[in-house]
Design a binder for this molecule. Structure first.
Ligand SMILES: [Zn+2]
Length: 412
C-alpha cells in the first residue's frame, strides 16, 4: 500500500477551504468546492480516466472502465467535497502524529483545545498508528476528505492494476452535503448504477445500514397585538402561547437530550417572532417512518390544547418531508450490503452493521431508487476543531473498496 501517497493526497485536499455556506444562494455554496473539484477532475484525468469531468453544478464524475467482459453492474463510490459550516475550514494546518503515544493530544495552534482520552475512550487502542488533526483553530475536514482521498487512491490503484477484475466503477464527488443539498443536482440517470456507496463513515469496517426517517414541522402561532396600555381583555400574546406549546411537549422522553439507540424524538430547534406571530421549527425523527405520523399527531394535540387555553390565538402547523430510513430501500437490493460485508470478510476482517441517528446523502439516494449504504473511512469527531483521522483506517478503506469492486464483478 502506498500509504505516503494516500496521506499526501489527504493533506493536500484538507488545505482547500470548502466550507459550505447555508446562507448562500449559489450552487455550490462556496468557491472552494469548485476549486477542489477542478483539482480532483484533473488528477483523475492524469490517472488515465478519460471521462473524468466537473459538471456545470460542480459535481465531479468519472468512470474507471470495467476490466471484465460481460455485464457486471456499475457501482458508484461517492464522497462530498464540502465541510461543515459549524467550524471554519479556512486555513487548515494539518498535524501528522506518527507513532501516536495513546495519550491526550494538545493542538498546537490553540493549546486550550485537547483531544482527550476521556472523551475518546478508543484512543489508547490507536497507539503506534498515524493520526492526523488540525492545529485546533479549524476543523480538519476528514469529513469528508478522508472519503475523497480514499476514493482517489482506490481509482489510482484500479488504474495501475488492470489485473484486478471489476465492472464499471463510477466516481461521484458531490457538493453541499453538509447543508442538505448533496443530492439536489445529482442526476441518477447519468449515474446509471445499480448501487452506490458513500465513503463518509466513522472509524473502520462499519456499514451504516439504517438512518432516521425525518420530517420537519413549522408551527405558526398568530396572536392579537395591541398597545400594552390598552391591552386588557384584548391582547393575545403569541409569545406566551408558543411558550406554552413548547412547555407541553414531552420533557423527560422523546427529546434528543433523553434518547439514544433506536428511540425517536421531537426536537424544537428554532423559535422566532413577537406578540403578533411566533414560529417554532421542530424536527421529527424516528427509525420507523410510521411513527413520524404519531409524533405529528402529538404536535397537533398539543396545538389543540394550547388553542383551548388561548381561544383568540390561531395555531397552524405545516409538515415537510425530509428523508426516509434507508433500510427499506436497501432491502430491495440485498446485495448492496451483502457485497460490502463479503468484501471485508475476504480481507479477514469482521464487518459491523450500524445505525445512524441522522441522515446521509445515502438516505435520499436510496429513497430515490439507488441503494446507498455508508462505509467507514477513518473519520472521527466530525464538525469540530477536535476532529481527527487515522491513516491506517483510511488504508483499510482503500483495501475494502478494491475488494468490493472485485466482489461485485463476481456477484453478477
Ligand atoms: Zn460527511
Amino acid at each position: 500500500m502506498k500509504e505516503n501517497r494516500l496521506l499526501e493526497r489527504f493533506l493536500r485536499y484538507v488545505q482547500v477551504d470548502t466550507t459550505a455556506r447555508a446562507d448562500a444562494e449559489d450552487y455550490p455554496s462556496s468557491p472552494g468546492q469548485l476549486e477542489l473539484g477542478r483539482l480532483l477532475a484533473a488528477e483523475l484525468q492524469a490517472q488515465g480516466i478519460s471521462d473524468a469531468r466537473q459538471n456545470q453544478h460542480g459535481i465531479v464524475l468519472a468512470t474507471v472502465p470495467a476490466t471484465v467482459a460481460g455485464t457486471a453492474p456499475t457501482i458508484v463510490f461517492c464522497s462530498h467535497l464540502d465541510t461543515s459550516p459549524e467550524t471554519t475550514g479556512a486555513g487548515v494546518k494539518p498535524q501528522v502524529i506518527e507513532d501516536y503515544s495513546g495519550s491526550n493530544i494538545v493542538l498546537p495552534g490553540d493549546r486550550s483545545r485537547v483531544i482527550r482520552v476521556n472523551d475518546n475512550p478508543q484512543l489508547p487502542s490507536y497507539r503506534g498508528r498515524t493520526l492526523i488533526t488540525s492545529d485546533g483553530t479549524t476543523l480538519l475536514g476528514a469529513d469528508d476528505k478522508a472519503g475523497v482521498a480514499v476514493i482517489m487512491e482506490t481509482t489510482a490503484r484500479l488504474m495501475e492494476h488492470p489485473e484486478i477484475p471489476h465492472g464499471p466503477v463510477r466516481i461521484c464527488f458531490t457538493c453541499d452535503e453538509e447543508i442538505g443539498r448533496g443530492v439536489d443536482k445529482l442526476d441518477l440517470d447519468e449515474l446509471a448504477a445499480l448501487v452506490c456507496y458513500t465513503l463518509d463513515g466513522h472509524g473502520s469496517g462499519e456499514i451504516d445500514v439504517e438512518t432516521f426517517s425525518a420530517d420537519q414541522a413549522i408551527v405558526t402561532v398568530r396572536g392579537v397585538n395591541i398597545h400594552p396600555s390598552i391591552a386588557k381583555g384584548r391582547m393575545t400574546n403569541a409569545v406566551r402561547a408558543a411558550a406554552q406549546f413548547i412547555a407541553r411537549l414531552p420533557q423527560d422522553s422523546l427529546s434528543p437530550e433523553t434518547t439514544e439507540g433506536r428511540e425517536g424524538f421531537l426536537h424544537p430547534y428554532e423559535i422566532g417572532g413577537g406578540v403578533a406571530e411566533v414560529h417554532v421549527k421542530i424536527l421529527l425523527r424516528d427509525f420507523a417512518a410510521a411513527r413520524l405520523e404519531e409524533l405529528a399527531d402529538r404536535l397537533r394535540q398539543t396545538a389543540a390544547a394550547v388553542g383551548r387555553e388561548f381561544p383568540a390565538a390561531e395555531i397552524s402547523m405545516h409538515i415537510d418531508r425530509q428523508y426516509r430510513n434507508m433500510a427499506e430501500g436497501l432491502a430491495r437490493e440485498p446485495r448492496a450490503v451483502a457485497c460490502a460485508q463479503q468484501a471485508l470478510r475476504t480481507l479477514g476482517r469482521t464487518p459491523k452493521l450500524t445505525i445512524v441517528r441522522g441522515g446521509t446523502d445515502g438516505s435520499r439516494l436510496t429513497e430515490l431508487g439507488l441503494p446507498t449504504p455508508n462505509l467507514s473511512c477513518g473519520e472521527h469527531n466530525p464538525h469540530s476543531p477536535l476532529e481527527w483521522a487515522c491513516l491506517e483506517e483510511m488504508v483499510e478503506s482503500v483495501e475494502w473498496l478494491l475488494a468490493l469492486a472485485e466482489t461485485w464483478s463476481q456477484a453478477w
